[in-house]
Design a protein around this ligand. Structure first.
Ligand SMILES: Nc1nc2c(ncn2[C@@H]2O[C@H](COP(=O)(O)OP(=O)(O)OP(=O)(O)O)[C@@H](O)[C@H]2O)c(=O)[nH]1
Ligand SMILES: [Zn+2]
Length: 337
């Protein structure tokens, strides 16, 4: 029985399982690799992991003892072997630290499995153009739900404010009290005037999501000098679309913090989202659900939902409740909708 427990913990990929204070012989367990060097995974490409430690870049592969556990961008790992980063060297990842947050990408036609794409992000920047392409509020809603569910703080970024007034979109999201920033093309330049975006990014690990053409690469180039993310829809050299890579990559911000660009995310799987968890992101509303019937989803039309009583009594704001319920309902829509 005890053996099964241990084996299943290993299946979870937790290679840091330690013997319970000398109660079992050490030799039966994996080496603890107390000498492993801590590093951060910033890119993944065909079984090779780009890691940074002490400001240098080291290429690594996963050690066999990790089993099938996936290592993703943002993971904090332990490295052994040659960690010099010298050309041609390859270190080994022997452990993956417990993840504070995980962001999942929904299953789609190309890949039927829902996968973790980024670990340990603390902010999700949802990039939307105010025009060209037109905003897609349902996608914004779904990204917000994914963020709230993952315990990652959302940040709304409205780009191309030189083309249209961001006011209506800001107003539409105001009841959710999500922080928002606005960017535009800097006059006479192809670069973005990123305004106060930087101050929201400093010292944080921010994942960027947004559909094609919203100006995500333009934004990354403006906040990470030298990032050299390709902009524009088509690669002029190859003539092909430039979606050659679908994996995330972390880029260091000059003043501390990371931005993680995610070319692969088209939408989020929300089927797993639990209403009891989502409402925790709305403490004012959550306080009104204590007397809800068991199993109440707090959705529109739920009999005797405490939120309706609170609304009738004027204890909650009607726009905020409507926004919350709209987000809740976005779980039931098609992923790409
Ligand atoms: N007018 C205006 N155009 C912008 C702005 N930001 C980006 N663009 C333009 O919008 C187009 C798309 O920008 P990208 O940065 O490549 O967009 P992206 O989101 O990275 O697109 P994908 O890589 O396809 O996902 C480019 O032609 C940019 O020059 C802006 O603030 N205002
Ligand atoms: Zn309820």
């Amino acid at each position: 029985m005890a053996r099964r427990t241990a084996a299943s913990s290993y299946d979870e990929g937790d290679v840091r399982v330690r013997p319970g204070r000398g109660s079992r012989p050490r030799s039966k367990l994996r080496p603890a690799h107390t000498d492993a060097t801590p590093a951060l995974v910033i890119a993944v490409d065909r079984g090779r992991y780009t890691c940074v430690l002490d400001g240098r870049t080291v290429t690594a592969m996963t050690a066999r003892e990790l089993g099938r556990k996936a290592v993703v961008v943002g993971d904090r790992v332990g490295l052994v072997g040659d960690v010099s980063g010298a050309p041609g060297t390859l270190a080994r990842i022997v452990r993956v630290e417990e993840r504070a947050t995980v962001l999942r990408r929904t299953a789609d036609d190309d890949d039927p499995v829902e996968r973790i794409i980024v670990a340990n992000a603390d902010q999700l920047m949802i990039v939307t153009a105010v025009a060209d392409p037109e905003p897609r509020p349902r996608l914004i809603d779904r990204a917000l739900v994914a963020a709230f569910d993952a315990g990652i703080e959302p940040l709304l970024c409205l780009t191309k404010a030189d083309l249209a007034d961001p006011g209506p979109l800001l107003a539409a999201y105001a009841p959710l009290q999500v922080p928002a920033v606005v960017t535009r093309l800097a006059p006479g330049s192809s670069g973005a005037d990123v305004g106060d975006v930087l101050q929201h990014l400093r010292d944080r690990v921010t994942v960027l999501v947004g559909h094609s053409g919203v100006g995500k690469s333009t934004l990354v180039n403006a906040v990470v000098p030298g990032a050299d993310r390709a902009t524009g829809r088509v690669n002029v050299v190859t003539g092909r679309g430039r979606h050659t890579s679908t994996s995330a990559v972390a880029l260091a911000l000059p003043d501390g913090g990371w931005v993680i660009d995610t070319p692969g995310i088209r939408s989020f799987g929300l089927a797993h989202v639990d209403p009891d968890r989502l409402i925790l992101a709305f403490p004012d509303l959550a306080a009104e659900t204590e007397d809800c019937p068991r199993g109440c989803t707090h959705a529109d039309g739920e009999p005797e939902c405490g939120l309706d009583a609170a609304l009738a009594a004027g204890r909650v704001d009607a726009d905020r409740l409507a926004s919350y319920r709209r987000l809740l309902a976005s779980r039931d829509r098609q992923a790409g909708d």
